[in-house]
Design a protein around this ligand. Structure first.
Ligand code: FE2
Length: 437
């Protein structure tokens, strides 16, 4: 017996934009059939009325340990990365397992309601008790039935800035972190930065983990650790398991160097993550005019067929006090600041918060709307992916591993040119704005 059938949903091809109306059968959490007109029946059947079916959103870069702390103990008045690190240094003296878990769980539920079912979170492991890491590892197993989490052991203060940090990073891997992090541009010297990248690769090999390095998140055009990451990946032939996050300095490199580097990146085949919401605000703070946009070369990486995804990075914390966690907000900002406004480019930005993120996280068969895979998908009241980015609407349904974990009824606005609105049923000259927007 089939548990659930989703009737008359619409799938759209990324390549051709052709759409097809289909039914999806779900049994024991997996997709068992996809067909234009399934003959079987199920105990639960939902008519999707030709709404868009999509793979879920993937949050490939967020710091769940610091979410929802904006203003604690003070606001970031300069708006810089480095003031953010100082404020977090003060705030993290007061963190507890309960504090981190409560805030992170609130965020995960908010993300799930917005169609995110896969999250890679960084956990600051520069703090001697490893509280953030312990909290996020506990949460990873507690939410696994509806949310897939990857935890990065992230040495926020640098691996070599303090004698204990190298030990803490390795301990975090022994405790079960999925991914090894790094922050070479924040090490005390260029030499320490290079050494830190090598250390990250050594640990990843020793513990068989993925790599995600905060790399060159600075406007300094001399910050060139991306070439070090690429070189290590080329030598070790493990590019698909490696991610360079931020790489904002790549936006400031001279073209002669950037073009040479792009060739090495193609050899390395590493993944990239850009965080347009936060980096448009953090970067360029030392500029007068023109002010730089603070993002990496997203369009050029995409044009060179390299895998790039978008992350939210921070939500209401010392580095970014705004945000709701929506990946469509992220894609929308990416469209703007990366000059990705062409039809194919907007569709590509949608892929940067869905399939490209899945590739970065090495999700393999856990991701995608296909027979045999987990029934994890979202339903959007949008014509196509372009429309979804444009409207940034919340999903009507979020289905995780076969269960409907969130359902949203869209808000309806009534408009009356006479200025007389009594109630929706008695309006004669009103239109429903939700049909127009
Ligand atoms: Fe980050």
């Amino acid at each position: 017996m089939i548990d659930t059938i989703l009737r008359r949903g619409r799938v759209v091809s990324f390549n051709t934009e052709e759409s097809q109306i289909i039914d999806i059968a779900i049994k024991e959490g997996k997709i068992t059939a996809i067909s234009p007109n399934l003959k079987e029946s199920a105990s639960q059947e939902i008519d999707l009325s030709e709404k868009l079916i999509s793979s879920p959103f993937v949050e490939s870069h967020i710091h769940l340990d610091s979410v929802l702390t904006a203003g604690e103990p003070r606001w970031n008045e300069s708006g810089t990365l480095f003031e953010g690190i100082k404020i977090w240094g003060d705030r993290k003296r007061k963190i507890s397992i309960e504090d981190v878990k409560n805030r992170a769980l609130t965020m995960l539920k908010q993300q799930a309601a917005q169609g995110i079912l896969f999250v890679r979170t960084h956990a600051d492991v520069s703090e001697p008790q490893l509280i953030a890491l312990r909290a996020l590892l506990e949460l990873r197993s507690e939410v696994k039935d509806w949310m897939t989490m990857q935890v990065v052991a992230f040495p926020q203060d640098g691996i070599y800035s303090h004698s204990q940090n190298e030990v803490l990073l390795e301990k975090a891997l022994e405790m079960g972190a999925d991914v090894v992090g790094g922050i070479p541009h924040y090490e005390l010297t260029r030499e320490d930065g290079v050494r830190s990248v090598k250390k990250t690769f050594e640990l990843a090999e020793k513990y068989n983990r993925l790599i995600d390095i905060h790399c060159d998140e600075i406007d300094d055009e001399q910050s060139r650790f991306l070439e070090v990451v690429a070189a290590e990946a080329i030598r070790r032939k493990n590019g698909s398991r490696v991610t360079a996050s931020h790489t904002t300095a790549f936006g400031s490199y001279n073209n002669a160097y950037a073009f040479k580097l792009m060739g090495f990146l193609q050899q390395a085949q590493i993944n990239f993550i850009a965080n347009p919401l936060i980096n448009i605000t953090l970067q360029g703070r030392a500029d007068t005019y023109p002010k730089r946009r603070g993002v990496t070369r997203v369009k050029e990486l995409w044009q060179n067929n390299l895998n790039i995804s978008f992350g939210h990075d921070c939500v209401q914390d010392p580095w970014y006090s705004l945000g709701t966690g929506s990946m469509l907000d992220v894609a929308h900002m990416g469209v703007h600041i990366c000059h990705m406004t062409g039809r194919d480019e907007v569709n590509a930005c949608y892929q940067m918060v869905t399939g490209n993120g899945a590739k970065t996280l090495n999700l393999g068969n856990k991701y995608g709307v296909e027979v045999g895979k987990p029934a994890s998908l979202i339903v959007l009241d949008a014509k196509d992916y372009y429309d979804a980015v444009r409207t940034r609407i919340q999903p009507l349904y979020v289905i995780s591993q076969g269960k409907i974990i969130a359902a949203t009824t869209p808000a309806t606005t009534n408009f009356s040119s006479t200025g007389i609105i009594q109630n929706s049923s008695s309006l004669e000259k009103s239109v429903s704005l939700s049909k127009v927007l």
